[in-house]
Design a protein around this ligand. Structure first.
Ligand code: SF4
Ligand code: SF4
Length: 192
C-alpha cells in the first residue's frame, strides 16, 4: 500500500537519530523522565501541515475511548489562551501519539540557539528541571561558573533546532518534503 508519509518518516528517522545524540551529549543536564509532562502543559506547539497530518494519522490508530477523551480535550480548547494551553493529546500524563508527535515536541528539553545565536533554555529550566543547575536566574543566562562549580564534565553545546532550521535542511529538499502551512496546534484543531 502506498504510504504518503514514507519520505517524511525517513526524514523523522534522521532527525530522531540526531536528537538522540544531542540528548546523549547534554545528558548531564537533562532531568526528563516518563510521566514528567510539564512541557505538554503550557505551550502553543507550532507545527506544519504535514506534521499535523502525521499526528492525526497516529490519533486515528488509537482506541475509541482514548479518542473520545482527546475530542473532549480539543472541545475544551475552544476559548483557550492560544499562547499557552494543555496539549489535548496528553492523556494520563503521557503523550497518546508519541511516535507521531511534531518536531517541537521531539526537541522539548534541549538547550537550543535562538535567532540571535544566544542560548535558549527549555521553559522547565526555571522549574528546577533541565539545565537549571547552570542557569543564572538573575542574569537569565547560562553560567560558566555554575558549570565548573557543579563539576559537569561537558560544557553544554547549543544546537540549532528551530522548526525553520529543520524544515530547511538539505535532506528535506532531497526527500521532496512539502511541509505546508505552519501554525499553532490549536489553530489546526479548531476552525471557526
Ligand atoms: S503531541 Fe504529545 S509530546 Fe507533543 S505536546 Fe502533545 S502530548 Fe506532549
Ligand atoms: S523537557 Fe522538562 S518538562 Fe519536559 S519532560 Fe523533560 S524535564 Fe520534564
Amino acid at each position: 500500500m502506498n504510504n504518503k508519509f514514507e519520505n517524511y518518516e525517513k526524514f523523522l528517522n534522521v532527525i530522531d537519530d540526531d536528537l538522540r545524540k544531542i540528548f546523549q551529549y547534554q545528558s548531564e543536564y537533562i532531568e526528563c523522565k516518563r510521566g514528567c509532562s510539564l512541557c505538554c502543559r503550557q505551550g502553543d506547539y507550532p507545527l506544519s501541515s504535514i506534521e499535523f497530518d502525521y499526528l492525526m494519522s497516529g490519533f486515528n490508530l488509537l482506541d475509541e475511548d482514548i479518542k473520545n477523551l482527546i475530542r473532549q480535550n480539543i472541545e475544551a480548547l475552544r476559548n483557550c489562551d492560544k499562547t499557552s494551553y494543555i496539549c489535548p493529546f496528553l492523556i494520563n500524563n503521557c503523550c497518546s501519539v508519541y511516535n507521531y508527535r511534531p518536531f517541537v515536541c521531539r526537541a522539548f528539553g534541549v538547550l537550543t540557539e535562538d535567532s540571535k545565536g544566544n542560548p535558549s533554555f527549555p521553559f522547565c529550566t526555571t522549574k528546577g528541571l533541565n539545565f537549571s543547575k547552570i542557569y543564572d536566574e538573575e542574569k537569565k543566562h547560562l553560567s560558566s561558573d555554575l558549570v565548573k562549580k557543579n563539576n559537569f564534565k561537558i560544557f553544554p553545546k547549543i544546537f540549532r533546532l528551530s522548526n525553520n532550521v529543520l524544515m530547511n535542511l538539505p535532506l528535506a529538499k532531497e526527500l521532496n518534503i512539502e511541509f505546508g502551512e505552519a501554525k499553532k496546534l490549536v489553530d489546526f484543531l479548531i476552525q471557526d
